[in-house]
Design a protein around this ligand. Structure first.
Ligand code: VG1
Ligand code: CO
Length: 580
C-alpha cells in the first residue's frame, strides 16, 4: 500500500473527558474529526508505542464503529503500526479490551501496547446519538491525564496526518489479512471477541460452584445487556459455561443503536429488568428471579438486583470487598487494598477499617485506580456510578461484578442448594452487611443537558459559600434545623500516591459532623450542554435504623442540598432528569 499525507486544521472541542472523547455521531462524521483525534493520539505516544507496535481497535459496536475502525486501521498502517487486532464485528467490551492488552499473545508472541476503544459507554447510540473514542495504555487502563492533556494539545496544533490506501478489511470473520507497505508488513487480525475474556474469568472464579448455584431449581437469574456488547459475552458465560437458561438473558443481542434505548444500567433505564425483578410492585403475579443484573453499552458497568430489591453500587463494592476472600479464589490470599471514587459512599471505608485494609479515595474515572493497582496497592475498587472491578484488569468490569455476586451467593448457599433450606438471598446479604457495618443511605440526582453557563454559575456559587463555614451553617440551620453542622467544605483535590501527580477541581464537597456528605460535580462524559451531579449520603450506625426507605431517610439532606445550591434558581429545573 501507499501512504499519503492529508492536510488538516485543528477542530475545537476535542478535549477528552472523564473517559475519552464523546460527541454526537454527526460531529464525528465531520471531515477530519476522527482522523485529527486519532493522529493527535499517535503523536502523544512515544515512537515505540506506534512504530512496529501491536494495537487493539474495537468497542461496543455502536453506530459508526464499522466506519471508524476502517479509518483507524488505515491510519495505523500509515503511522508504521505493525499489526491491528480487531474483535469480530468490532465487538470488544471495555473490560475485554483491557484483558486482551494484558493477556493476549499473537501467534508470534506479539503483545498489544495500547488500544483505541470505540464507545460512548452508557450514552445512547445511532445516527442522531453519541459516538466516542478513548485510548488505553499497555497496562490495559485508560490513558492518564498526562497523555490525555497531550492529546488535547496536539488537536489544537495538528496540520496533517498520514493515511494508507488500503481496501476496507473484512471484520466479520476471524482471520489475518496481510499487507505490504513502505515500512514493511502490516497485519489486521480479526479474533473472537469473547475467548480471552472468558479464559480470564475462569481463572478468577470457581465456575463449578457458580454452576451448581445456577442449576439449583431454587435459584433463578436474569441478565439484561440493554442491547450492549455485554450480550456477546453473556450467552457464552452464563448459558454455555454456567448452565443458565436461555430465557435468563434479556436484550442480549448487541445492536448499533441499543434498540433505541439508553444503555445505562440503572433503575430508570433498565426498565424491563426492573419490572421482571418486581421492584416497586408488591405482587407481579409471576415470582421474580432471585438475582438480576444489567450492563451498560460497553459492559463495564453493572447493576445488581435481588428479588424486589436494589443494591446501591456503593454498597455492592463494599459487600464484594467484605466477602471476597472466602468466596472468590482470585482473592484467596487476601486483598492488597481497596479504593473508591470520591463521590462513592463511605460504605467501603468502613469495611476497609474493620478488615484493616489499605484504603484510597480517588477522583471520578477509572484511570485513577490503575496506578494503585500497578503498584500492588489495590485489589478491589468501585464507583457509585455502577462501576465495580478489581486488579485482574485496569477497567471496571460489569460481568466480573455479576460473577463476584454469584460467587458470594454460591459460597453462602453451599449447604442450602438441596433440600428444603431457604436460600440466603441478595437482600439477606445486604441487610446483614448493614447490621454489621452500618448503612450509608445514598442517592444521586442528575440534571442532564443543563445550560453550561448556568451550571458553571451554580458551581461557582457553591465554591464561594465555602469560604466561611459559620456562614454556611447559618444558612443550613435556616433551611433544616434537623441536620448536623457542616464541619468542612472544599473542592476535592487528589495527589496520586504513586506518581505524585495532582488533580484539582474534582468536585465540591460539604462534609457534615455526623459523617453525612453533599457532593456536587459536573459530568465529564456528556456530549451536549452540562450535566450537574448531586450526590447525597448519610451514615446510620444504629442497626435498628438501617431499614428505612432511602428516600425518606435522605429527605432532609435532599431539601438542604437543593436550597443551598439554589438548584432551581440556577438551572430552571424543579426536578432531576435521573435519580439513582
Ligand atoms: C461518569 C461516572 C463515572 C464513570 C464515568 C465513565 O462520569 O460518573 O463514575 O467513571 O462516567 O463511565 P461523569 O464525569 O459523567 O460523572 V463509562 O461506563 O461512561 O465509561
Ligand atoms: Co461504560
Amino acid at each position: 500500500f501507499k501512504v499519503s499525507l492529508v492536510s488538516t486544521s485543528p477542530i475545537d472541542g476535542q478535549k477528552p473527558g472523564t473517559s475519552g472523547l464523546r460527541k454526537k455521531v454527526k460531529v464525528f462524521k465531520q471531515p477530519n474529526y476522527l482522523e485529527n483525534f486519532v493522529q493527535a493520539t499517535f503523536n502523544a505516544l512515544t515512537p515505540e508505542k506506534v512504530k512496529g507496535a501491536t494495537l487493539v481497535v474495537s468497542g461496543d459496536g455502536r453506530y459508526y464503529s464499522k466506519d471508524a475502525v476502517q479509518i483507524i486501521i488505515k491510519m495505523a498502517a500509515a503511522n508504521g503500526v505493525r499489526r491491528v487486532w480487531v474483535g469480530k464485528n468490532t465487538l470488544l467490551s471495555t473490560p475485554a479490551v483491557s484483558a486482551v492488552i494484558r493477556e493476549r499473545s499473537g501467534a508470534d508472541g506479539s503483545k498489544a501496547t495500547g488500544a483505541f476503544i470505540l464507545t460512548a459507554s452508557h450514552n445512547p447510540g445511532g445516527p442522531t446519538e453519541d459516538f466516542g473514542i478513548k485510548y488505553n495504555m499497555e497496562n490495559g487502563g485508560p490513558a492518564p491525564e498526562s497523555i490525555t492533556d497531550k492529546i488535547y494539545e496536539n488537536t489544537k496544533t495538528i496540520k496533517e496526518y498520514p493515511i494508507a490506501d488500503l481496501p476496507n478489511v473484512d471484520i466479520s470473520s476471524v482471520g489475518v489479512t496481510s499487507f505490504e507497505g513502505p515500512e514493511g508488513k502490516f497485519d489486521v487480525e480479526v479474533f473472537d471477541s469473547a475467548d480471552d475474556y472468558v479464559k480470564l474469568m475462569k481463572s478468577i472464579f470457581d465456575f463449578e460452584s457458580i454452576r451448581k448455584l445456577l442449576s439449583s431449581p431454587k435459584f433463578t437469574f436474569c441478565y439484561d445487556a440493554l442491547h450492549g456488547v455485554a450480550g456477546a459475552y453473556a450467552h457464552r458465560i452464563f448459558v454455555e459455561e454456567l448452565g443458565a437458561q436461555e430465557s435468563a438473558l434479556l436484550n442480549c443481542i448487541p445492536k448499533e443503536d441499543f434498540g433505541g434505548g439508553h444503555p445505562d444500567p440503572n433503575l430508570t433505564y433498565a426498565k424491563e429488568l426492573v419490572a421482571r425483578m418486581g421492584l416497586g410492585k408488591s405482587d407481579t403475579g409471576v415470582e421474580p428471579p432471585e438475582f438480576g443484573a444489567a450492563a451498560d453499552g460497553d459492559a463495564d458497568r453493572n447493576m445488581i438486583l435481588g428479588k424486589r430489591f436494589f443494591v446501591t453500587p456503593s454498597d455492592s463494592v463494599a459487600i464484594i470487598a467484605a466477602n471476597a476472600i472466602g468466596a472468590i479464589p482470585y482473592f484467596s490470599s487476601g486483598l492488597k487494598g481497596v479504593a473508591r471514587s470520591m463521590p462513592t459512599s463511605a460504605a467501603l471505608d468502613v469495611v476497609a477499617k474493620s478488615l484493616n485494609l489499605k484504603f484510597f479515595e480517588v477522583p471520578t474515572g477509572w484511570k485513577f485506580f490503575g496506578n494503585l493497582m500497578d503498584a500492588g496497592m489495590c485489589s478491589v475498587c468501585g464507583e457509585e456510578s455502577f462501576g465495580t472491578g478489581s486488579d485482574h484488569i485496569r477497567e471496571k468490569d460489569g460481568i466480573w461484578a455479576v460473577l463476584a455476586w454469584m460467587s458470594i451467593l454460591a459460597h453462602k448457599n453451599k449447604e442450602n442448594l438441596d433440600g428444603n433450606t431457604k436460600l440466603v438471598t441478595v437482600e439477606d446479604i445486604v441487610r446483614q452487611h448493614w447490621a454489621t457495618y452500618g448503612r450509608h443511605y445514598y442517592t444521586r440526582y442528575d440534571y442532564e443537558n443543563v445550560d453550561a453557563g448556568k451550571a458553571k454559575d451554580l458551581m461557582e456559587h457553591l465554591i464561594k459559600l465555602q469560604s466561611s463555614i459559620p456562614e454556611v451553617n447559618k444558612i443550613v440551620k435556616g433551611i433544616r434545623s434537623d441536620v448536623a453542622n457542616v464541619s468542612s467544605a472544599d473542592e476535592f483535590e487528589y495527589k496520586d500516591p504513586v506518581d505524585g501527580s495532582i488533580s484539582k477541581h474534582q468536585g465540591i464537597r460539604y462534609l457534615f459532623e455526623d459523617g453525612s456528605r453533599l457532593v456536587f460535580r459536573l459530568s465529564g462524559t456528556g456530549s451536549e450542554g452540562a450535566t450537574i451531579r448531586l450526590y447525597i449520603e448519610q451514615y446510620e450506625r444504629d442497626a435498628s435504623k438501617t431499614g428505612r426507605e432511602s428516600h425518606e431517610a435522605l429527605s432532609p439532606l435532599v431539601e438542604l442540598a437543593l436550597k443551598l445550591s439554589k438548584m432551581e434558581e440556577f438551572t430552571g429545573r424543579s426536578a432531576p432528569t435521573v435519580i439513582t
